[in-house]
Design a binder for this molecule. Structure first.
Ligand code: SDX
Length: 428
């Protein structure tokens, strides 16, 4: 007999169905609550509210578990390529060799961006933040493919949009970087892998041969996999709710990029490095900064610490922390900011304020240190997060559309003025 939840409202008892997921998570299904009781629920920030049922990513914040379509993140980061993981998230299964070759070839064939879009880059100021450029350019892609704006096109046509997005985001990101430097852009090379191509477009120069360092390429592949999806986070929820209006996929992804930009979300990786640099330049007094983070009258927060779901170690942070050591060691880089990060983590995790609130390093705490070692500038860190997260956003959007989910439109509790009559300006 399926479980139910009983509530008593205005002296009347109601039964609400309880649903259970494949990992034993339970929810009270309130989809008929207002119709049967006249009540709604209120949950600022949706801390206790599920927006959907999903089979893409499972995470357990208490156990520090993260799996994409059932595969542990640790195994994927160690053994898979980023395009394999992108295929897994979007098509639900790991590809066989034929499927992977088909997917890789299709992505490779769509890496170029329409030449007219170069004029967009010329219009941006030199110091334009690359996330503002990326969000604009991804939305602008929809104007070059007007057929993509029909929400009811057969999946095969939508699939072309999916492949175009995955193929073009590294090209657009690298062009934003080159534009910022005032350097000539580098066109994608079909013989390079997805990650090699990005590094080539970022750091290659017409005047010299650029050899991709396998250490850097391997680290980038791992970082992109670790960022590929994270269930109903702020930006994924944004993509789903924009897509629920049947806006085209380019617009939904552009909105996701905008949401990711925030320092409380994906923008934290840039904010972490800026914070560590500030602490280093301030003399490295870690206790001072940990105390500031605890002080409610101080707006300073320990960026890269804390998470809405993980109240234990973010499994991605563990992998990235080890990768940071490996990459800096292999590249022979001694980055004092990494030492400060490790010392800060040690001081914070001995402090009961952080321990009792379950505030541990999250995915953003160490990722910037690796991006920096790879030669990627700080303002591009969140762009790297977006490139990694794109397949996850696409998978979330695809699941929402295939499930025929309704347009997202939350209710509210009104707390404003009651009914009153208009008064002419002379009488106010
Ligand atoms: C990402 O959702 C996802 O999955 C996101 C993400 C993904 O892959 O998509 O994992 C990526 O966005 C990681 C998070 C990156 N953001 C940061 O590192 C910014 C710093 N972290 C915080 O702003 C905060 O921890 C959040 C935003 C991440 C989570 O905030 P919540 O869940 O709303 O928790 P909260 O703000 O209510 O904090 C609970 C308590 C509060 O203190 P009390 O009211 O209990 O006294 O913890 C405190 C907060 O003040 N707190 C912090 C803190 N984070 C929370 N105090 C100091 N420093 C911090 N970083």
């Amino acid at each position: 007999m399926s479980e139910t939840a009983r509530i008593i409202l205005d002296g009347k008892e109601y039964e609400l169905p309880v649903i259970e997921g494949s990992e034993g998570e339970k929810a009270i299904d309130i989809s008929k609550l207002r119709a049967t009781t006249g009540y709604i629920t209120l949950d600022s920030g949706f801390k206790n509210t599920g927006s959907t049922k999903s089979s893409i990513t499972f995470l357990d914040g208490e156990q520090g578990i993260l799996r994409y379509r059932g595969y542990p993140i640790e195994q994927l980061a160690e053994n898979a390529s980023f395009l394999e993981v992108a295929y897994l998230l979007i098509y639900s299964e790991l590809p066989n060799q034929q499927q992977l070759d088909w997917f890789t070839n299709s992505i490779t064939m769509h890496t170029l961006v329409h030449e007219d879009m170069r004029r967009f880059f010329e219009a941006f100021p030199n110091n334009a933040h690359p996330m503002g450029i990326l969000s604009s350019m991804i939305s602008s892609l929809s104007t070059y493919y007007p057929e993509s704006q029909n929400p009811n096109r057969p999946f095969k046509d939508i699939e072309l949009t999916i492949h175009r997005l995955i193929a073009k985001i590294p090209t657009l990101a690298a062009q934003a970087y080159k534009n910022n430097l005032g350097h000539p852009i580098m066109y994608p090379k079909n013989e390079l892998s997805y990650t090699e191509n990005f590094l080539y477009m970022m750091f290659g120069l017409p005047s010299s041969d650029y050899e991709v360092d396998p250490v850097i390429d391997d680290a980038l592949n791992k970082l992109l996999i670790l960022h590929a999806d994270h269930e109903q986070n702020c930006s994924a929820s944004t993509v789903r709710i924009v897509g629920s209006s049947q806006a085209n996929l380019y617009s939904s992804i552009s909105a996701g990029i905008a949401a990711l930009w925030g320092p409380l979300h994906g923008g934290a990786n840039q904010a972490v490095i800026e914070m560590l640099e500030t602490i280093k330049n301030d003399g490295g007094d870690l206790t001072k900064w940990v105390d500031k983070a605890k002080d409610k009258t101080d707006s300073f927060r320990l960026m890269g610490f804390g998470h809405r779901v993980y109240k234990n170690f973010d499994p991605r942070a563990k992998i990235i922390k080890k990768a940071a050591d490996d990459v800096l060691d292999k590249l022979g880089i001694d980055d004092p900011v990494l030492d400060i990060a490790k010392q800060l983590e040690e001081v914070a995790l001995k402090d009961e304020y952080f321990v009792e609130r379950g505030l541990y390093p999250n995915v953003d705490f160490y990722s910037g240190i690796i991006y920096r070692a790879l030669g990627i500038p700080t303002e591009m860190f969140t762009v790297m997060f977006a490139i990694g997260r794109l397949p996850g956003w696409i998978a979330q959007w695809k699941e929402m559309t295939e499930n025929g989910e309704p347009i997202g439109r939350p209710r509210q509790i009104y707390t404003g003025a009651n009914n009153r009559d208009y008064v002419s300006v002379e009488k106010r």
